[in-house]
Write a protein that binds this ligand. Structure first.
Ligand code: F6R
Length: 607
């Protein structure tokens, strides 16, 4: 997604901007630019499409120490309105080349605004953002603060905007609604970023801007305004363990993050379970149990949604609480029937996903009970709900979500056990399950040692263009997540179906070139599923079984991946590592960029 980094500072120059753009390449983008203007009216702009490396090769890298305050801005664009062209790349300017704006977000009423402004101004780009530059020019009344106030009244969000008036090159103006924005002082400059991960080693503390707040920056100082009054904002300290993204010795960040899974799980459970007496010891979960809840709705998107699907399966199977799972973008626009006895759970790794954030706002406005599960501390969602659990799974950098799902599942499982405990889960059953959860990190470590097996399967299966991922009941979320990962990383086609559904139509697609990954660990529906898969086998389909270690009942297959024998409720965890590595290796065989899948971005801050 788009990302803005800006500062007003005497020091340094372009190399710092380029370094920061590189640090945040993981977010996904398709063009980038750097810009500066100083108080002597000197001005520099360089743009480039596709990679930051293209931009880096064009810019002047001399690292001069300035004596005057200069406004520096870097931006990556992830195309929403208009193709990936230099014209559509920011900053956008007014016709008189006086006002420069940078924008993250989407201006939903840009068509109407453009129509009106076209009577007076000419447009050069296809973007929604360009209207902001024209509008600033149109509204300008010699006072930039007033102009900004009138500007934001006209925009139907969402935005994080940086505005520069070249006639006042000592000043920079920022505004935000919806899109995240943080500000901090460092050395003798003022810095702004639209991504919390950008602050890593250049800040000790920072301030988070709220919606409708604006900032005026001048000569190394800044004021935050709310409703046009200067306000005092609280600063947050950077945590000691704030992590800088590092891929260690791994070829890709995605692989490094998959290898972090055992430790992520330990971290998600630590302090929340007492492993000596096998009980859950978490104040938030205890508090949750004091509410009278008769139903649950889970709201998320992408892989986080599939983690929710697994949980939905767990609850349906065991808890006797009516549970629904909703894709956030749909939930937001369906008719909402608020219920005070429903718990609304929002799941998001980034804590910034726009439709999750907006769904949460909508539910809160109706005074319903909300709970979030988030990874990024200080993210927008993490500052909103009534109750929460952080994952503590460290920074997840590159686009494809992996380790994040494991902690989400772990936390969701803790909620489930704690709620079942309150209802009818027998103590000994809970203790047995907790014992088995604690074995998971070691089981994951063993799976990671089998990488060569998954890799050799990937070599063989990379020749196919289409895949079926087959599941029953509890394995739905896992199968859907694993098929998502194959599609996302290798751009191959994968369908995900219940094995029982096959006879209703998917069998029509049957050919030996459409391999079928059948996830069927030992549990109560295993035998029925075997019969379904035999129907496929009889028609010469290629079958890769994912089965419980040593399951001798399964006698027909082309290939197998064995997963450890554990508690059957924990089965959804166990195909993840093998099938993620399988997808990564297929993508490598096909020469894809694992860390930066085409067209995708991390942290989807626009609807
Ligand atoms: C897939 C993936 C995405 C995210 C989705 C939600 O590998 O990463 O599908 O899961 O964009 O993101 P969060 O969890 O940050 O709300």
């Amino acid at each position: 997604m788009c990302w803005i980094f800006a500062y007003n500072w005497k020091g340094n120059s372009i190399p710092l901007l380029i370094d920061w753009l590189r640090n945040l390449e993981y977010r996904g983008y398709d063009s980038a630019w750097v810009f500066w203007v100083n108080t002597s009216w000197k001005f520099y702009l360089e743009k480039s499409i596709w990679k930051v490396s293209n931009l880096a090769s064009k810019v002047d890298h001399s690292n001069s120490k300035n004596t005057i305050y200069t406004n520096w801005i870097a931006h990556t664009r992830w195309a929403t309105h208009g193709k990936v062209t230099l014209e559509n790349t920011h900053p956008h300017t007014s016709n008189n080349d006086r006002f420069y704006i940078v924008h993250n977000g989407i201006i939903e009423n840009y068509v109407e605004l453009k129509e009106e402004l076209s009577k007076k101004y000419s447009f050069y780009s296809e973007t929604d953002s360009e209207v902001i530059a024209k509008l600033v020019d149109d509204l300008y009344d010699w006072d930039i603060k007033n102009t900004l106030e009138r500007l934001i009244k006209k925009l139907i969000w969402a935005y994080a905007i940086v505005l520069i008036d070249k006639e006042h090159p000592d000043t920079m103006v920022w505004a935000k609604l919806g899109s995240p924005m943080i500000v901090w002082l460092w050395k003798d400059g003022v810095f702004l970023s639209s991504d919390i991960n950008a602050i890593n080693n250049v800040a000790d503390e920072f301030t988070i801007l709220e919606d409708n707040e604006t900032v005026i920056v001048e000569n190394g100082k800044y004021n935050v305004y709310s409703l046009w009054e200067i306000i005092n904002k609280q600063t947050e300290k950077i945590a000691d363990d704030f992590e800088i993204a590092d891929k260690w010795d791994f070829e890709t960040f995605t692989e490094k993050e998959i290898h972090e899974v055992p430790n992520v799980l330990i971290n998600a459970l630590k302090g929340r379970i007492n492993f000596e007496n096998k009980t859950i010891t978490n104040e938030t979960l205890e508090e949750l149990n004091t509410y009278d809840i008769d139903s649950i709705e889970i709201i998320a998107s992408g892989s986080s949604y599939f983690a929710g699907v697994v949980w939905w399966g767990w609850f349906k199977e065991l808890a006797g609480i009516k549970t629904e799972i909703k894709i956030s973008s749909e939930f937001l626009y369906e008719k909402f029937l608020p219920s005070t006895s429903t718990l609304y759970i929002f799941i998001s790794q980034s804590g910034e996903t726009a439709d999750v954030r907006e769904s949460l706002k909508m539910v809160q406005q109706k005074w319903c009970l909300t709970f979030w599960i988030v990874n990024v501390v200080w993210s927008t969602i993490a500052r909103m709900a009534d109750m929460w659990l952080y994952s503590h799974s460290w920074i997840e950098v590159w686009v494809a979500s992996t380790k994040n799902i494991v902690w989400q599942l772990a936390v969701l499982l803790l909620i489930a056990i704690s709620m079942w405990n309150k209802r009818d889960l027998q103590n000994f059953e809970a203790k047995h399950l907790i014992e088995k959860i604690w074995e998971l990190p070691n089981l994951f470590k063993e799976q990671l040692k089998n990488k060569e097996h998954y890799k050799s399967l990937a070599k063989k299966y990379s020749k196919y263009d289409n895949f079926f991922y087959l599941w029953r009941n509890l394995m739905y979320g896992t199968a859907a997540e694993c098929s998502l990962k194959l599609k996302e990383l290798s751009y191959l086609h994968a369908e995900c179906y219940s094995t029982w559904e096959l006879k209703h139509w998917p069998l029509a697609l049957i050919t030996p070139d459409f391999p079928c990954i059948a996830i069927n660990p030992k549990w109560k529906l295993r035998d029925k599923t075997i019969s379904n898969i035999k129907e496929i086998w009889a028609r010469n389909w290629t079958i890769l079984w994912v089965i419980t270690q040593g399951d001798t009942l399964i006698d027909i297959y082309d290939d197998i991946i064995e997963i450890p024998d554990s508690h059957e409720l924990l089965n959804p965890f166990l195909p993840l590592i093998p099938l993620w590595i399988f997808s990564v290796e297929i993508a490598k065989e096909l020469g894809k960029d694992i860390d930066k899948p085409q067209n995708l971005a991390k942290s989807v801050t626009v609807e």
